[in-house]
Design a protein around this ligand. Structure first.
Ligand SMILES: Cc1cc2nc3c(=O)[nH]c(=O)nc-3n(C[C@H](O)[C@H](O)[C@H](O)COP(=O)(O)OP(=O)(O)OC[C@H]3O[C@@H](n4cnc5c(N)ncnc54)[C@H](O)[C@@H]3O)c2cc1C
Length: 406
């Protein structure tokens, strides 16, 4: 069977859409995206409940792909500070001005990012709405069985099909990880107070509660709770949920005036031992799943997509096989250690700040430690630069001035 495509992207979520858009810019490279669902329409009216903190590096990738302008024109909300506390007065405040920046990131609806990327890629990328059911690898390519489009064949299969990746399972990639026994409840909420363009993170005994600024008076909340508490919250009506949230926030942002529909996600961490195997490459949540407490998962995945696009495009330009192990390993080398470090830090944060000890006598100590940490400005600046994606080993697409190709 002839190859249908050079690169087949399994999954057109935030990460798959980024990769497809980066590859679709190169004439002559045959790229297709297969996703169970069609690309979302432009969001309008009320905010969609799935919203992400997009850091500076991801913003640059989206800008270099020509998608950021359309996003910003519709609605993207810059935040210029992040404040973390455990409940008392102790707080660590990270402010963009301390590192000479105007903002640390933007809050953007996931569907808006996917739509903008899809529009930019346009007809240069084939879109197939279908489910991948089976994958077969051989020396020359990868054959993918779909539920209703028969078999598709490509020289490279990029698995961007999320945490429960069918491709990863089909190809037998080894993974490690575990269940946090937490769920994250997300909702859009309105307050009568001013969020001051600050993202708040409150570490509560059951798990971290993030309040992320949208338009004035509007916030997105991401409330991670132990399973039992999450089940209680899921059973609450609007009034009960409002009261529980107000209690958890301790009046920080004023009175809650409206709560939107809630979604809840089981939380786990996962790490693939290898990202590459016989023309199949894992990208984004298919390769690594992190706790959402720092809003980093999609940002790591967008960096993966930017880092993978570079060797694929180079191989294509040089007339080499983009599925060669050497080509794909370049991506793996660049991203695996970086993702593992981020994962370890987030895991440790969740363990340290979210346990019964915060209910026992040590909460005061953690509070005091935060007050102290707030004074260590150089360490704070370093953390801020890393989280915003302003330092570290950034792929070319994530650098503000694009020097040719990806
Ligand atoms: C509550 C919560 C809040 C978060 N907040 C943030 C944040 O603020 N900032 C941030 O950076 N990250 C955040 N994250 C993490 C972020 O959402 C994920 O890291 C990101 O969505 C991963 O993108 P992805 O494209 O790899 O996978 P997904 O978003 O899971 O997309 C996978 C795609 O593959 C498709 N697919 C799956 N299986 C198949 C199949 N068999 N055949 C065809 N298509 C298939 C799906 O339809 C989907 O479109 C958050 C996560 C959670 C749970």
């Amino acid at each position: 069977m002839d190859d249908n495509y050079d690169v087949l992207v399994a999954g057109g979520g935030l990460v798959g859409a980024t990769l497809a858009s980066a590859l679709g810019r190169r004439p002559g490279l045959r790229v297709a995206v297969v996703d169970k669902s069609p690309p979302p329409p432009w969001p309008g009216g009320e905010y969609d409940v799935r919203v992400s903190a997009v850091n500076r590096a991801s913003q640059t990738v989206l800008g270099n792909l020509g998608a950021w302008e359309a996003i910003e024109k519709r609605r993207a909300h810059a935040f210029c500070a992040v404040a973390a506390c455990v409940g008392g007065d102790g707080e660590v405040l990270f402010h963009a001005a301390d590192i000479g920046e105007t903002h640390l990131g933007h809050m953007v609806e996931n569907n808006l990012i996917i739509r903008a990327l899809t529009e930019r890629a346009g007809d240069s990328v084939v879109r197939i709405t279908d489910s991948i059911t089976k994958v077969h690898q051989d020396a020359a390519g990868v054959t993918v069985a779909t539920a209703s489009h028969g078999e598709l064949r490509a020289r490279v299969l990029a698995a961007c099909d999320g945490p429960g990746s069918t491709v990863r399972a089909q190809c037998g990639f080894a993974t490690g990880g575990g269940d946090y026994r937490q769920r994250c409840i997300v909702a859009n909420v309105q307050f009568d107070g001013d969020h001051r363009r600050t993202a708040w993170q409150r570490f509560l005994p059951h798990g971290p509660l993030g309040v992320l600024p949208l338009a004035a008076g509007h916030c997105s909340i991401a409330w991670s709770c132990a399973d039992a508490r999450a089940a209680e919250i899921a059973g609450m009506d609007d009034a009960g949920f409002t009261a529980a949230l107000a209690d958890a926030l301790d009046g920080r942002l004023g009175a809650i005036t409206k709560v939107g529909p809630r979604l809840s996600f089981a939380l786990s961490h996962m790490r693939a031992a290898d990202y590459v195997d016989r023309r199949v490459v894992l990208v984004g949540d298919a390769a690594h799943v992190v706790h959402p407490l720092a809003g980093l998962g999609a940002n790591l995945g967008i960096m993966d997509a930017a880092a993978l696009a570079a060797p694929l495009l180079e191989a294509h330009a040089a007339g080499r096989d983009p599925g060669a192990q050497l080509v794909l390993r370049r991506y793996e080398r660049r991203r695996r250690a970086e993702n593992a470090t981020a994962q370890a830090v987030l895991h440790a944060f969740n363990l340290v700040f979210t346990r019964d000890h915060l209910q026992s006598g040590t909460a005061g100590m953690v509070d005091a430690a935060l007050t102290l940490a707030n004074r260590v400005q150089p360490a704070k600046n370093l953390l801020m630069q890393l989280a915003a994606g302003l330092s570290g080993d950034l792929p070319a697409l994530a650098r503000p001035v694009l020097r040719g190709g990806a």
